[in-house]
Design a binder for this molecule. Sequence first.
Ligand code: SAM
Length: 387
Amino acid sequence: MSTERIEEFLGAVKAAFAANTLIGLKLGGYHGAEADLKSIDVKKIVAKGTEKFSFTFHYKTRDIIKNQIQPEALGNLRTALRDEFRSARLATTEFDLTFERNGDKVRLKRTDVAGRVAPSTGHDRAKNRPLTATDKPWLHALGITGKDGQVRNDAQDKFRQINKMVEIFAPLIQAIKVDKPRIVDMGAGKGYLDFALYDYLDGKADIIGVELRDKLVADGNATAAASGFAGLSFVPGTILDYDATGADAVIALHACDTATDDAIYQGIKAGASLIAVAPCCHKQIRRQMEAGKPATELGVLLRHGIFLERQAEMVTDTFRALLLELSGYRVKVFEFVSDAHTPKNNLVVAEKDGRAGRDRDAVLKQIAETKALFGVERHYLEGLLGL
Ligand SMILES: C[S@@+](CC[C@H](N)C(=O)[O-])C[C@H]1O[C@@H](n2cnc3c(N)ncnc32)[C@H](O)[C@@H]1O
């Protein structure tokens, strides 16, 4: 008898889910084995094109979100209604259906309503983050989440930052016209970007992180294996020594000073469709600007150390943009994370044009003029490119 009622209730949930009339489902009166669980809210979402039930488990001091596809979700709801929750309320655009269980007896009550509109199923747009589920081993291994699967208070900024990176990088990678692009992340560090991108792209790319420090490489590979990320790996060594042949994208985030140029050079040499770098320090050019003879008119702009540093940053990245253009890339430079996270927040994005680069003589002339203006003898990347 109660089984029939439970199936009737589940049938109404399933129909509302299918017809997009589901507003929400709340389970209460919990009497199961989890000490601090109070209630569960359920709604429909569409994540990466797949319709799912999104469960928010309300515990005494925290909430945990889990998203499940329909068969799994309905199975769990069946168990919950039968054994763990005494009450439930399904809200749809057309009616409310309440569920009351007392021992073996179940009572359903339907109340018709009018004028309701189903909420958007866009995935948690309020937070606007590509990485919504936080119960992932890699997030825990990288210290972003705690044992409870929640983002730690002191890692909220980092979590926002990697979400922002995914938002920027995923479309760039998806625009590469190759089935399973090969992405090489130079100076990968702990691999935050690589794990986040691999997860978000659902394995539709191979990602290799190149990193100098053996310990980070070993940790990254262990976490990738534990996460079942077969196409994500880390290799030890220097950026320049890595054989990047076949790379469709070369990325480098905050690789130190000229390591960024090593990455750009490797991308150009491999003929990668995408080269994207977020430069770090700009010492090589700063030293030359200090030692060289910038145009007298610039003296007033370079007098203060902080302004000299910012000019060095702009001059260095201007050379990089010009040299990429010379090599047949279309280049954009923009701010990629708010400087609340890091002051090193410029992203140089170069996409292979398919056409010959800009007029070679014109670009070389611009480079020469800029060098003369700022008292720069030679930019490191020029040397790599044999100019
Ligand atoms: C500031 S960290 C950034 C790490 C990572 N890309 C991120 O944004 O979280 C720079 C990393 O690049 C590595 N690195 C610096 N120069 C390198 C080189 N020439 N070859 C390989 N790795 C390098 C360092 O060991 C360090 O882990």
